[in-house]
Design a protein around this ligand. Structure first.
Ligand code: PAF
Length: 282
């Protein structure tokens, strides 16, 4: 696996593959790769001949008080893991390569509606940063298929909407969330958990399962959400939200609606802010 820092060099390699008839799969990441990311590479491999992964900690999707500076950067380890998972090319651009006019002056991609609720409301500008950098990466890599994790469910919807609206000929695939033995969704931010916080973090997936089970017993959406907040707080975390939405667009369902729903949680535990979700079947 070759590592490219310059977009032109990566572009030349991808063009050569394309001329040879290869389908290109793309996995954008911010690095510090774990089994969850590698499952995205594996999924891409089932739909493409050559796989490109990017590692870029994108400054424009972090708020002023967020963890951009401390976000774990582990390039050598990421390269070894990607090579072991038969990734074909790794793209590691510098900030100047992605934002030649400077991050603040860059053209932005805004996605109305879906990017303005939940995470978008709590982290203003976050999804504009994500949509902007993913558009740039799509233009540089020109993949046929790109894979995103379902753990970041709202991000997945934002990317799908953006790709469709900008008429980008790229198939967007969702990869199932990879979990630790106790159900905690794999995330680079799990390493911010200290001591017993790691054990307590299992409350997130436990609560999502309880939301699903309670809904099946006929409890109201409001009661289920209130219980979820209580459970998260009892485990020492501070929930930003524990909510049930329509899976198609994250809008608020009617009181008796039970089909096509998703439960979503964002909660703070020590230094970590963790998100997770669970699709609720009927
Ligand atoms: O999910 C992520 O790691 C990032 O938001 C992404 C999609 C790589 C854009 O920076």
């Amino acid at each position: 696996m070759d590592t490219f820092h310059a977009a032109a060099d990566l572009g030349a390699r991808v063009s050569a593959w394309r001329r040879a008839g290869a389908r290109i799969g793309f996995v954008p990441t911010m690095g510090n790769l774990h089994a969850g990311h590698f499952s995205l590479v594996e999924l891409a491999r089932t739909r493409a001949d050559k796989i490109v992964t990017s590692v870029f900690v994108n400054p424009t999707q972090f708020g002023p008080n967020e963890d951009f500076a401390s976000y774990p950067r582990t390039l050598a380890q990421d390269q070894a893991g990607l090579a072991a998972h038969r990734c074909d090319a790794l793209f590691v651009p510098a900030v100047d390569e992605m934002y030649p006019f400077g991050a603040a002056a860059s053209v932005r991609v805004e996605v109305p509606g879906i990017a303005e609720i939940l995470e978008g409301e709590l982290r203003p500008g976050h999804f504009t940063g994500v949509a902007t950098v993913v558009t740039k990466l799509f233009n540089l890599v020109q993949p046929d298929v790109a894979v995103f994790g379902q753990k970041d469910y709202q991000q997945l919807l934002v990317i799908r909407r953006m790709t469709e609206d900008l008429c980008l000929p790229i198939e967007i695939l969702a990869a199932a969330t990879q979990r630790e033995v106790d159900g905690l969704a794999m995330s680079s931010r799990n390493q911010y958990l200290r001591g017993e916080e790691r054990e307590r973090a299992a409350v997130i997936h436990r609560t999502l399962c309880a939301m699903r089970d309670q809904l099946r017993t006929g409890r109201t959406l409001a009661a289920v959400e209130a219980d979820a907040h209580t459970a998260l707080a009892a485990a020492g975390s501070t929930p930003d939200y524990a909510t049930i939405r329509r899976a198609v667009d994250l809008s608020v369902p009617g009181p008796s609606e039970r089909g096509g729903l998703i439960a979503l949680i964002a909660t703070r535990l020590g230094r970590a802010r963790l998100i997770d979700n669970l699709l609720l079947d009927r």
